[in-house]
Ligand binder design. Structure first.
Ligand SMILES: Nc1nc2c(c(=O)[nH]1)N[C@H]1C(S)=C(S)[C@@H](COP(=O)(O)OP(=O)(O)OC[C@H]3O[C@@H](n4cnc5c(=O)[nH]c(N)nc54)[C@H](O)[C@@H]3O)O[C@H]1N2
Ligand SMILES: Nc1nc2c(c(=O)[nH]1)N[C@H]1C(S)=C(S)[C@@H](COP(=O)(O)OP(=O)(O)OC[C@H]3O[C@@H](n4cnc5c(=O)[nH]c(N)nc54)[C@H](O)[C@@H]3O)O[C@H]1N2
Ligand SMILES: [Mo]
Length: 616
């Protein structure tokens, strides 16, 4: 639909946490979606930064039973090192290396420096895989390891040992996700992580940094549709580079509020609660309220679409046919999946694609980027989106070639096979040249912008003395971002939104466990209770994501809590300038007890919650 509208006002949740991957994919491997995955099942050494897979089950790496797969690494004599400001559910099971939030770019640069200085880089091997190797290695020449130690909170000796161990491991993979992707240097961090995987000789090697074997080649599909790319145009108000044809959510409020040609006046939202999940919630809400037309496809009345003119109900996951089009690109065990509806949907709901198609019909659009579909659409033939996916799968390397290849994949065959077929035990290796989209079939490491980013990192990042604690997000097992908070069974037991703080930081502020506190950043203030725990490192504080709901979902609203993203800025100069990812983790906050005079008000607030729910 966005392609048919030829609009630049096309936004996705990836612009909060994944655009850095899309940019590095395009610059290094020649395609946004060409992103290697960690080969945990075969590795000797996994270094994981800013990810809590025991809770999240991984991201940009689709690994079934990921906890067991990781536990098997030390089980067979290998190591897993978890870099995280909090002793998470994952960190508890392995070696934990606490890091100050937003310290990752420096840590990875420091590890590279250690490895280069120790002469552990096999330059000849790497030159066969990549160009610009000297540029990449030269970047870390001036890195000061003592400064890295201060900025990361990781002692220099630990850093040096880690670098040498990583380079010396028979195979290793370095993997960074949300905690390493939602800061001002998200793309630089991701770039350095890939460089580290490459210069340690782990690219395209078993147990290293490998290319998954998907059921549908999304890289090819998006290429055919000319959808992939980076910086082909910039956003109207802030001048932020486009990433795979989309604009960052953080720029949305200014696109609505700033008059002029191209001003955003109407919005269709599919499956997002952006007012809560994107930076600067209040500005997001004001923008949604200011639209001439706001249509939301969502099963709930959420924080976001309570401002909508229309809310259209979708079939839900188990009520519709589906295939994991996005996550299948990162399958650690090659397989294909296509499942049928498991339960019958109520008659008044529709699949999201059908609702969009119906809207498009009424405004004379064919919602497809494919010229073939456009042509058929004009002849009155509407092609469901799965037809295109099935076509690509059937013509793909494992496809049935419309009957020419016996036992090959098709939608029909998968549906007949209980929805899934395994295609192999592990991702293929030795496929680099085949998988690269660059003309010379080399990984391109030379990009001046990363040198500029590193300089920006070294010059900037002064701590704000008024907001000395660094805030980071806590994702929960029984939530899916913002939207499982309305299910009574998932909300049962001891669940609450609270700020986790180290005992030393609490003591210096005179805070007691459980007391109501005020958390403020330069951009906002919220109130929550504090939990004092040495799970969190000194100087950092952790807060659940996406509580403090408003809207018609009464259980969610009654759960109370506060919105993390009220504290988060959306200023253009505070985003990751390269990708537009938001600065969510590592923002400076101050914490004080709720003033004695305010206490009755806070109590009243608690009493008022059920009333708010009823109003909703
Ligand atoms: N149960 C559950 N599963 C989910 C989701 C969910 O909400 N609930 N969401 C899904 C989605 S959309 C995604 S993208 C994935 C995300 O999957 P993950 O990336 O594994 O997600 P998180 O649990 O947020 O892990 C981020 C970790 O980074 C740490 N961290 C924060 N700041 C920093 C930092 O500056 N440096 C470092 N090194 N660490 C830091 C946090 O303490 C946290 O443990 O999970 C998916 N799976
Ligand atoms: N502070 C902070 N902010 C973050 C993050 C963080 O770690 N910390 N994480 C970021 C990340 S990784 C992400 S991915 C974003 C997520 O941001 P969003 O995608 O905006 O968040 P969700 O809560 O997943 O919203 C999903 C919406 O889809 C609806 N829905 C569920 N099923 C269906 C369906 O079948 N059809 C339709 N039409 N709607 C459906 C749900 O009711 C819900 O309203 O948040 C980001 N924001
Ligand atoms: Mo995400």
């Amino acid at each position: 639909m966005a392609a048919a509208l030829k609009t630049k006002h096309f936004y996705t949740a990836s612009s909060v946490d994944i655009n850095n991957y899309w940019v590095v994919g395009q610059l290094l491997y020649g395609h946004n979606l060409a992103n290697p995955i960690p080969d945990f099942a075969r590795t000797e050494f996994a270094l994981i930064l800013g990810t809590n897979p025991v809770v999240s089950h991984g991201s940009m790496a689709t690994v079934g039973r990921i906890r067991e797969v990781l536990l098997d690494i030390p089980g067979r004599g290998g190591r897993v090192v978890v870099v995280d400001p909090r002793r998470t559910e994952t960190a508890r099971l392995f070696e934990h290396l606490p890091i100050r939030p937003e310290g990752d770019a420096r840590l990875v640069a420091g590890l590279l420096k250690v490895i280069v200085d120790a002469g552990l880089v096999d330059r000849a091997r790497i030159a066969r895989q990549a160009s610009g190797v000297e540029f990449a290695l030269g970047l870390v020449e001036d890195v000061d390891l003592d400064r890295v130690a201060v900025e990361t909170g990781i002692p220099r000796a630990t850093l040096e040992r880690l670098g040498r161990d990583l380079a010396g491991a028979g195979s290793a993979c370095v993997y960074g996700r949300c905690g390493a992707s939602m800061g001002r240097f998200a793309t630089l961090t991701k770039y350095l992580i890939d460089v580290l995987n490459i210069v340690t000789g782990n690219l395209d090697r078993a147990g290293g940094w490998v290319f998954a074997r998907p059921m549908v080649d999304l890289e090819l599909m998006t290429k055919v549709l000319k959808a992939n790319g980076y910086d082909r145009w910039r956003t109207r108000v802030d001048g932020i580079p486009e990433v795979i044809g989309t604009s960052p959510w953080a720029t949305f409020p200014r696109e609505v509020m700033t008059p002029g040609r191209g001003q955003l006046r109407a919005m269709v939202c599919v499956a997002t609660n952006a007012a809560a999940t994107s930076p600067a919630c209040n500005e997001m809400e004001a923008a949604f309220t200011a639209l001439d037309l706001f249509v939301s496809l969502d099963p709930y009345i959420t924080d976001t679409n309570r401002h909508a003119h229309y809310i259209l109900p979708p079939t839900l996951l188990l009520e519709r046919e589906g295939f994991p089009i996005f996550t299948q690109s990162h399958n650690a065990v090659p397989h294909a999946q296509w499942t049928d509806a498991a339960v019958t949907a109520p008659p008044e709901v529709r699949d999201d694609w059908r609702t969009l198609d119906e809207i498009c019909k009424r405004i004379g659009l064919v919602p497809s980027p494919a010229p073939g579909a456009q042509l058929m659409g004009r002849l009155g033939i509407r092609v469901p989106p799965y037809v295109g996916i099935d076509l690509f799968m059937r013509l793909g390397p494992d496809g049935d070639l419309f009957g020419l290849r016996r036992g090959g994949l098709s939608r029909k065959k998968l549906l007949r096979n209980d929805g899934a077929i395994k295609l192999g035990d592990a991702p293929p290796t030795g496929v680099l040249r085949k998988r690269l989209h660059t003309k010379d079939k080399l990984v391109h490491l030379h990009h001046q912008l990363f040198a500029d980013e590193l300089r920006r990192l070294n010059d900037g990042l002064a701590d704000d003395p008024d907001h000395p604690l660094r805030l980071f997000t806590i994702r929960e097992t029984r939530s899916q971002n913002s939207w499982l908070h309305n299910i009574p069974r998932l909300m049962s037991g001891k669940r609450s939104c609270r700020l986790r703080m180290h005992p030393g930081d609490a003591e210096s502020r005179g805070l007691v466990d459980g007391e109501q506190i005020e958390v403020s950043s330069r951009w906002g203030t919220i109130e929550v209770p504090v939990e004092i725990t040495d799970e969190v490192m000194p100087g950092a504080v952790g807060l659940n994501q996406h509580w403090g709901h408003q809207g018609g979902w009464q259980v969610a609203v009654a759960a109370g809590g506060a919105r993390y993203n009220d504290l988060v800025p959306n200023d253009a100069e505070l985003l990751d300038a390269v990708s537009g990812n938001a600065w969510v983790n590592g923002i400076g906050v101050q914490v004080v007890p709720v003033a004695a005079a305010d206490r009755p008000a806070a109590d009243q607030l608690a009493d008022a919650v059920p009333a708010a729910a009823v109003r909703g």
